[in-house]
Every structure is written in structure tokens, then in C-alpha cells.
Design a protein around this ligand. Structure first.
Ligand code: IPM
Ligand code: MN
Length: 359
């Protein structure tokens, strides 16, 4: 029986994962039963266990088939030094489980064109997916640190990529493009960065194995501009950890709400086994936590991605995505709310009602 590990985390994490628990029951009704486990992560784990993720939880995650993550962080833990912050729980899981390929689809759903800040004729058919490198780059590069005392303080981060790291995520991107519109845009700053130059060279080499996929290269700043100007030009966007973080939030802006964007973090796993970590792209939105206003769509679509990529149930994934589309088209959302998530403006959609997905 496949094992699911629910990591609710902080803020609206428990609320959006409550909808995932309903979906676990729905899947059981269609003959797919799981062993569900749960554990703490983020601020909740700091408070109860003294670390943003415990060794025991990492061990549990390594044995799971799919990890369903809610959100981490909140004002209570904002002053902690970086190494002890709630985000470290998530970063440790990504890194230790080898989840190097982060799939982040973004689309403008029929019926939600008015939620996008872009004109419908510009954003209407947007249907793109990021393949963001997730275990390398400036997130993990060494050396890093801060030194000195005012007024001579210094801080250092390192952006580093090996050829192997670039090649494996590029293969993931090209394989994905084959199942879609066969167009891949590789995004870096080869005009400024050494890692960008290596990225472009390695992606070009990998592309030779996928002659049926069209490859375009784009600088990251131009990609930000193009996402706003003409988002429908994109199919698969392959990029590094930091650019993928920034640009996927931008794509959330195009879709109209970060509350709509799911994600999957995939690896090869030991002995070919692939635990997948599924998470909404949005944050913990502590200001609306507990008010029943969190948008669960990103968590619901993340569960659909788990069904497809880790649980061998693509038909159920299709059904869940179709049900989500029908519910959204039928008005299962209300006014976009101006909330604040993790200190940033966080635009949420308020679901008035949420029907059970029908199969
Ligand atoms: C994301 C988040 C994380 C990241 C944080 C919470 C560490 O912003 O998944 O996009 O920066 O990768
Ligand atoms: Mn982010």
C-alpha cells in the first residue's frame, strides 16, 4: 500500500491539507487506498521538537511514496537565524531526498481570466510549466556566510552548478516537453554568469538527444518581461533554483493568485525509487490562517500531481484536475483578497464552496 506523509506545517498549511485529507478519502472510494502518516515541519516542528525538521521525520519521508506538504513560516519564527528558520525544514528535505526537479505548472483556468491582472486576450491561454532545479545553485552553494563588524560587514553566497546537476534536470525538462507541446525555453544569465554559460552549453548538448523538442535560450530578465508581455509563448521553462523561485511567483501573478499553483519536487531516489514532495507554491499566509479564507486549489492540484507522478494513478489525476476546472468555471471562488503572506502581499482567492470532485 503506498505511503503518504502529510506535513501540514504552519499558517494555512493545516487548512489546505485538510482538503487533501478529503481527497485521500475520495481516492479510496475509487479503489486507491493509502497508508497515511503525518509529522511536523517548520515552526510547528521548531516549537515541539526543537528543529525545523527532525531526523525521524526525514527518515519517515525517505520511506514515503508521496509527501504532501502544506506551508512553513510565520511571524513567531521570523527573527531566528537563517540556519534555524522554518524554511530549513523544507530545504533539508529537498536536499536529502535528492528532489532536484521541481515541476511548477501555471495556467489561466477558463473562468478565471478576470482574476489575472493581464488582459484576457494576453493571458487567456497560458499553460506553462517550470522545471526548476531544486537542490543546487545559490540555495546550497558553499562557501557562504557573514563576517566582520559594522561598518565592515560582508556577506557571501555562492552560485555553483556542476555539469551533472544541469544535465539531469535538463533531461527531466525535455522528457516533460515530449508529453506537451514540445517546446523548451532554457533560462539563465549566460551574459553575466559563469554558471549561466555552463547551463546554456550543457542544455544545448542534452537537446541533441531530443530532436523532436524545440529549444530556445532566454536570459532570465527577459523571461520575466516575456512572462508578462506574452505568457502564452511558453510551454516548458527550464531554469535554476533561484531564477525558478522568482519566475514561478511571477507566473502566479499571471495566473492571478499564488493560491492556484501546485508543485512537485521529484528525484531519482535511491535504487530508482522516487519519493515525490508535493507542495503549493504559496506561503503560510499567517494573516488569514484560521479564518477559512485560504484557497485550497494549489494543495488540491498538488495532490493531483502526486497521483500522477508518485502514485501511479494518472486517470485519477486527470479526473481531479478536470473536477477542479469544472468547479472553478462554475464559480468556486469569490473575490480576490488582499492578504499578506510571509511579509509579502499575498493575493488569495476565496473559495465560497468546494464540491467533492466527481469521477
Ligand atoms: C518556494 C519557497 C521556498 C523556496 C522557501 C520557503 C524556502 O519560496 O518553494 O518557492 O525559496 O524555494
Ligand atoms: Mn518561492
Amino acid at each position: 500500500m503506498p505511503i503518504l506523509l502529510l506535513l501540514d506545517g504552519d499558517g494555512i498549511g493545516p487548512e489546505v491539507n485538510a482538503q487533501v485529507r478529503r481527497l485521500i478519502g475520495w481516492a479510496a472510494g475509487h479503489g486507491l487506498t493509502f497508508e497515511s502518516q503525518h509529522a511536523r515541519i517548520g515552526g510547528a516542528a521548531i516549537d515541539a521538537e526543537g528543529a525545523p525538521v527532525s531526523d525521524a521525520t526525514v527518515a519517515l519521508a525517505a520511506k514515503a511514496d508521496a509527501i504532501l506538504f502544506g506551508a512553513v513560516g510565520g511571524p513567531k519564527w521570523e527573527k531566528l537565524p537563517r540556519a534555524q528558520r522554518p524554511e530549513q525544514g523544507l530545504l533539508r528535505l529537498r536536499r536529502e531526498l535528492g528532489l532536484f526537479a521541481n515541476l511548477r505548472p501555471a495556467r489561466v483556468w477558463p473562468g478565471l481570466e478576470d482574476v489575472s491582472p493581464l488582459r484576457p486576450e494576453r493571458a487567456g491561454d497560458t499553460d506553462l510549466i517550470f522545471v526548476r532545479e531544486l537542490t543546487g545553485g545559490v540555495y546550497f552553494g558553499e562557501p557562504r556566510g557573514q563576517s566582520g563588524t559594522a561598518p565592515e560587514r560582508r556577506a557571501l553566497d555562492t552560485q555553483a552548478y556542476s555539469e551533472a546537476e544541469i544535465a539531469r534536470v535538463a533531461h527531466a525538462g525535455f522528457r516533460l516537453a515530449r508529453g506537451r507541446r514540445r517546446h523548451l525555453t532554457s533560462v539563465e544569465k549566460a551574459n553575466v554568469m559563469e554558471t549561466g554559460q555552463l547551463w546554456r552549453a550543457v542544455v544545448t548538448e542534452v537537446a541533441a538527444s531530443y530532436p523532436d523538442v524545440t529549444l530556445a535560450h532566454m536570459f532570465a530578465d527577459n523571461c520575466a518581461f516575456q512572462l508578462v508581455r506574452a505568457p502564452t509563448q511558453f510551454d516548458v521553462i527550464l531554469t535554476d533554483n533561484l531564477f525558478g523561485d522568482l519566475l514561478s511567483d511571477l507566473a502566479g501573478g499571471v495566473a492571478g493568485s499564488l493560491g492556484l499553483l501546485p508543485s512537485a519536487a521529484l528525484g531519482e531516489g535511491p535504487e530508482g525509487r522516487t519519493p515525490g514532495l508535493y507542495e503549493p507554491v504559496h506561503g503560510s499566509a499567517p494573516d488569514i490562517a484560521g479564518t477559512g479564507r485560504a484557497n485550497p486549489v494549489a494543495a488540491i492540484l498538488s495532490f493531483a500531481m502526486a497521483l500522477r507522478h508518485s502514485l501511479g494513478a494518472p486517470a485519477l489525476a486527470d479526473a481531479l484536475e478536470a473536477a477542479t476546472g469544472r468547479a472553478l468555471a462554475a464559480g468556486a471562488r469569490a473575490r480576490p483578497l488582499g492578504g499578506r503572506g510571509m511579509g509579502q502581499p499575498h493575493r488569495q482567492c476565496h473559495p465560497i464552496w468546494w464540491p467533492s470532485p466527481s469521477y
